[in-house]
Design a protein around this ligand. Structure first.
Ligand code: 9PG
Length: 442
């Protein structure tokens, strides 16, 4: 690491960290506060940039970090020079009344007499200009199966909700089936037992006058999948030839698909072209961090290049369909997705089950949704995660306020029959509200 700035600060100073991917905690801290870090080691690869060495006693941003001296003096922003190509880690250490910032790659140091949010927004404007990004396409409104049914979702649940959306005349453009329709992580075209006719179900969604959306984790391969059994050569490996771990979830060991391997690429193309033939035109691609893990690939490219090759391939296969990234390295996704989950998952509880701010819970979801507000309208449409408004959702009024303020993509994820009067009225209102172009002006 090379020192890039030494910034005098007052006792009221703060450091603002931006994490690697959708779920990585991102927020500001007072100088003596402890930053949010992983709690259980296996979580590290799933929600954080596992290859770095972010300690608990230092501040750490991935490609972006800001220091506010807290005395009215200018804020300093340290940012990746080419965020879609290389995302340096940026470390900030408090040494008495100076914050020393170091980076392991090319960064620019910007000094702005403004709030940190405004400085972030101005930086994002400059990135968008340089990359000649056009304004992101507004998001359709969605209904997502995940936060009511989780992996147990069945075709009958979707049908029942379709009926209710019609009878209640809910303003939902896209019905998005989440995790659960597929036989295994990696086997996207093989149905789970609960979906006897996946293609037929997407056709029924369209018969109801709604658009069809689907969830995949396109770069993940579960140890239980046929993909893993039949095509071990398509996995990212370490230098001794062992498949690199993409973490654990669903009580399964996960691996990363090599997005540079011709066979894996052909497979990805087939999956997404099949979805297009089924009439699907909304994609939530999840756990995409897997494609950017360090390792040995068929082609000698950087992890970020491999990641973008995978995203670009999907982009090309789905035509004009709307693309939502999730579990996604943020800066490397710029220019390739329409919308981005900027936060960990919402949940029925405010706190996550183990205190890890990257795990499902309203605390972490809100934290990131606020700190990444500047990205909305510049890099993509911000997805703060779904509206949950049914009884039993802890602090549901607070969550509704958050979505109203920071929701670019508006999606409902309650079983419609679970909503009480407040829940239904709130869901309808949040789905109908106009979304501003920006949440943070520059
Ligand atoms: C489907 C879900 C939903 C959800 C996504 C994602 O850190 N974790 O272990 C972790 C696991 C799952 C997860 C987020 C984090 O949820 O965000 O909306 O699609 O997958 O399995």
């Amino acid at each position: 690491m090379r020192v890039v700035a030494e910034i005098p600060v007052s006792e009221q100073g703060s450091v603002h960290e931006q994490g690697w991917q959708s779920w990585s905690p991102s927020t500001r801290y007072g100088l003596t506060e402890q930053p949010h870090r992983w709690v259980d080691a296996p979580q590290r690869v799933v929600s954080y940039r596992s290859e770095n060495s972010a300690g608990r006693d230092v501040f750490w941003g991935e490609g972006l970090l800001a220091v506010d001296p807290g005395d009215g003096a200018a804020v300093t922003l340290i940012a990746a020079v080419s965020p879609t190509r290389s995302v340096p880690s940026i470390r900030a250490v408090v040494r008495g009344s100076v914050v020393e910032v170091a980076a392991d790659g090319d960064v620019e140091v910007r000094v702005e007499q403004s709030t940190v949010d405004t400085a972030f927004a101005r930086w994002a404007d400059s990135v968008a200009d340089k990359l000649e990004l056009t304004a992101p396409r507004p998001a359709p409104t969605t209904w997502c199966s995940w936060y009511q049914y989780f992996t147990e979702v069945a075709e009958s649940d979707v049908d029942r909700n379709l009926q209710l959306m019609d009878s209640l005349d809910l303003p939902i453009d896209v019905v998005q089936i989440d995790d659960g329709y597929q036989a295994a992580i990696g086997d996207w075209l093989i149905p789970s037992g609960r979906f006897p006719d996946v293609a037929g179900m997407f056709a029924r969604i369209r018969d109801h006058g709604r658009r069809a959306g689907i969830w995949t984790a396109p770069f993940l391969v579960s140890e239980n999948s046929r993909l893993f059994a039949h095509h071990p050569q398509w996995l990212v490996r370490d230098t001794s030839g062992v498949p690199v771990s993409a973490g654990r979830n669903w009580d399964q060991q996960l691996y990363a698909l090599d997005t540079t391997h011709p066979g894996a690429r052909e497979h990805l193309r087939t999956v997404f072209i099949t979805f297009a033939a089924w009439g699907i035109d909304f994609h939530k691609i999840d756990f995409t961090y897997a494609a950017a893990l360090p390792g040995v690939r068929h082609e000698d490219v950087t992890p970020i290049e491999a990641y973008r090759m995978g995203l670009l391939l999907i982009r090309e296969a789905i035509g004009d369909a709307y693309l939502l990234g999730c579990g996604a390295p943020l800066l490397p996704s710029i220019g390739l997705v329409d919308a981005m989950r900027v936060s960990p998952d919402i949940a029925a509880t405010w706190a996550s089950y183990n205190g890890d701010a990257s795990m499902p819970g309203q605390f972490g979801a809100t934290l990131n949704g606020v700190s990444r507000a500047f990205q909305h309208g510049r890099f993509w449409v911000n997805d703060p995660d779904c509206i949950l408004a049914r009884p039993g959702i802890e602090r549901r009024e607070d969550w509704a306020r958050h979505v109203s303020r920071f929701g670019g993509l508006r999606g409902s994820s309650d079983g419609v029959d679970q909503l009480d009067d407040w829940g239904l009225e709130t869901t309808r209102r949040l789905l109908s509200e106009p979304v501003p172009r920006y949440f943070v002006e520059s």
